[in-house]
Design a protein around this ligand. Sequence first.
Ligand SMILES: C[S@@+](CC[C@H](N)C(=O)[O-])C[C@H]1O[C@@H](n2cnc3c(N)ncnc32)[C@H](O)[C@@H]1O
Length: 249
Amino acid sequence: MADLADKLNRPLLDAAGLVEGCRLLDLASGAGEPALSAARRAGPDGLVVGSDLVPGMMAGAVRRARSVEGPAPAFTAADMTALPFADAAFDGVTCRFGIMFVPAVETALREVRRVLRPGGKAAFMVWGSRAGNGLFAEIGDAVADHLGEDGSLDPLFRFAPPELLSDLMRAVGFAETSETDLTPVRKAPAGQPFWHAALDMSFGHRLGGLTAEQRKALEADIARRFDARAVDGIVPVPSHARIVVGVAG
Ligand SMILES: C[S@@+](CC[C@H](N)C(=O)[O-])C[C@H]1O[C@@H](n2cnc3c(N)ncnc32)[C@H](O)[C@@H]1O
């Protein structure tokens, strides 16, 4: 997803006000983005800390950081509902596709506000509607046809309703909020299983029980659905993300 990732990272880092010399905390960094991109932008005089609930994810991010040139983030395990950082320690906070997985979201938002200096910005990237996200919608529809609907994708789209996350941010004391929708179209190669990682990530817990034949039939159906959209060997895959920004009062 590197092509799409770059289209999403730049506006997210802009929204968090990241410039050279900034101190930025990235939450739920997973495999390392956008912390890795942020560290290059913050430069040698800045400080970027990448963090994730799962220590094993951070070990992978550290390995990736070693393979890219330029300033690297510091990575540490951290639960965003109990951040191990001092008050007002950061100029900005980013979180790409992470906040929707936190049950105690208001606790997390209070923690984000606490670690931001007054006037610092928090920028969350969340998914827009399922229908606007072709990758998940197509895979989800195929899985539902083969195995039945079980709501596995629902958490992804928790903050799809406009203003829902903004309202929660203002409720915990963010002074101003704003929302920006992004709708980049990914260009994927027809005939390639570019959708495979998304299938495993979102439905791995259901696929384990399938026989080899059932799995083959499901994957053939997904491939057929995407290939039916191809134009000149390229499958256009629409996506819909939203950046929600709050300014710490
Ligand atoms: C979909 S991944 C996003 C990873 C990365 N930011 C990206 O955009 O590729 C969601 C991440 O949220 C992390 N996460 C879930 N709950 C968390 C929490 N309470 N605190 C910090 N990270 C959490 C998960 O461990 C996972 O790595």
